[in-house]
Design a protein around this ligand. Structure first.
Ligand code: ADE
Length: 231
């Protein structure tokens, strides 16, 4: 069994890399910034992070790098399962707490507003993504609807769309990874841990930094749980 784990930030993936003794391996090519870590055991794990932006010297986040990571990794490694892990903002009013781990049941976008016939629904995505309930029902996670967008903050029109879709968590990659996994008919899970509250945005950025390690640690615990359930 081959499992592909996709994360944006190195720090989100670090506890998994350490715990599973993953070793960095040859990148996709000389151009793409993505970094690849792997092991040689069974199940075989390949973990891809987005790598650094050439111009701005920060790690790539958001849907464009995520889609390339997913495309290249699925084509290169032909995994049996794709798991997108990462951090998310949570809606406190819907019960999210800092450090909670969620499995997304459905992934919408909130930044793709296209008011043309049929394109409105296309823009919003709405992909189903709890593809392995026999596994995810046994995890110590919550489940809820995810909304993906390319901004860390949320403007009033984003909030309106997220509310309409009943989103409980908000990230910057999930829906685009599900879209690519669906193209290749790969089972996909999106697992996100909450670092800050979308509905209490005053301290978003400080909360994100403060809670990143806790969230990443909690994600690692659930990834290990998935691996043991798949044995
Ligand atoms: N990752 C962590 N917090 C987030 C937020 N508020 N929005 C999008 N992605 C996030």
């Amino acid at each position: 069994m081959k499992i592909l784990i996709i994360a944006a930030l190195q720090q989100e993936a670090k506890p998994i890399i350490t715990e599973l003794d993953l070793i960095e391996t040859t990148p996709f090519d000389d151009v793409l910034p993505m970094r690849i870590f792997t092991n040689n055991s069974n199940p075989q794990i390949t973990l891809v992070i987005s790598g650094a932006d050439l111009q701005h010297h920060v790690e790539n986040v958001g849907t464009q790098a995520a889609a390339i990571s997913a495309l290249m990794a699925i084509k290169t490694f032909n995994p049996d399962l794709v798991i997108n892990i990462g951090t998310a903002g949570g809606f406190k009013e819907k019960g999210a707490e800092i450090g909670d781990v969620y499995i997304a049941t459905q992934a919408f976008y909130h930044h793709r507003r296209i008011p043309l016939p049929k394109y409105k629904a296309y823009g919003m995505g709405g992909y189903l993504c709890d593809t392995m309930p026999e596994i995810t029902d046994k995890l110590n996670v919550k489940k809820g609807i995810l909304s993906t967008g390319d901004s860390l903050d949320a403007q009033p029109c984003d909030l309106e769309i997220m509310k309409k879709h009943n989103a409980v968590i908000k990230d910057m990659e999930g829906a685009s990874i599900v879209w690519v996994a669906n193209l290749y008919k790969k089972p996909v899970l999106v697992m996100k841990s909450v670092t800050d509250f979308v509905d209490y945005p005053e301290e978003n950025f400080q909360d994100f930094i403060k809670n990143l390690n806790l969230a990443s640690h909690n994600l690692k615990d659930q990834v290990l749980q998935i691996l043991s359930l798949l044995k």
